[in-house]
Design a protein around this ligand. Structure first.
Ligand SMILES: Cc1cc2nc3c(=O)[nH]c(=O)nc-3n(C[C@H](O)[C@H](O)[C@H](O)COP(=O)(O)O)c2cc1C
Length: 200
């Protein structure tokens, strides 16, 4: 198994993608490689062909990425207080990995972006945590020992990293949101390394 941390996300307008890159930076600050991947969009008509590579952002995730990762950070924009359909669709196709236990015992973390402050960040983060628990993953959050968690006036939660993008989608990622996303990546990588070193 590689020591890469898979940072897997869906993002339509780029906010969650930016958060993903900050989580990845945190992973690399902790000395592990981050493998950035996105899930494909879904279409209401099944005959829509998917381009083999996305026009922008990270490459599409493969089954191999799931098998090889030492840990997983999963990100989605909020859709009505829940994860977005493309990520749910991707997860709903991981039955084989569930059956084989491919992700069991690996650490995981979640992150999200909403347009509004109270628009369902925590519920979205928890919605992403549920399938990961079914996969047997070990959930890692953000501890209150991170001073930014108490100080933030925008995103950043103990359940995972987050960003409030604003009604027009023009909020920059705040300093506290940035710190907390990186802290989550570092913590995930640190736990992954400890587990790998202990041979579990
Ligand atoms: C169908 C739909 C549902 C949404 N539901 C919510 C919501 O429940 N709460 C919220 O604050 N924002 C909601 N949003 C806004 C997005 O979560 C927000 O713009 C997010 O930052 C987009 O992330 P992205 O740039 O990674 O796509 C919704 C957007 C769409 C298109």
């Amino acid at each position: 198994m590689s020591r890469d941390i898979l940072v897997l996300y869906y993002s339509r307008s780029g906010h969650t993608a930016r958060l993903a890159r900050l989580v990845a930076r945190g992973v690399e600050e902790a000395g592990l490689q981050a493998r950035l991947r996105q899930v494909p969009p879904v279409a209401p008509v099944t005959e829509t062909a998917q381009p083999p590579e996305p026009e922008e952002g990270a490459p599409y995730a493969s089954r191999q990425d799931l098998l090889e990762c030492a840990g997983l950070a999963l990100g989605s924009p909020t859709r009505f207080g829940n994860m977005a359909a493309p990520l749910k669709y991707f997860l709903d196709n991981t039955g084989a990995e569930w059956a084989s236990g491919a992700l069991a015992g690996k650490p995981a973390a979640v992150f999200t972006s909403t347009s509004t402050m109270h628009g369902g960040q925590e519920s979205t983060l928890l919605s992403m945590a549920l399938p990961l628990l079914h996969h047997g993953m070990l959930l890692v959050g953000v501890p209150y020992t991170e001073p930014a968690l108490t100080a933030t006036q925008s995103g950043g939660t103990p359940y995972g990293a987050s960003h409030v993008s604003g009604a027009q989608g023009d909020n920059a990622i705040s300093e506290h949101e940035r710190e907390l996303a990186r802290a989550l990546g570092r913590r995930l990588a640190d736990v992954a390394r400890r587990l790998a070193d202990s041979g579990t």
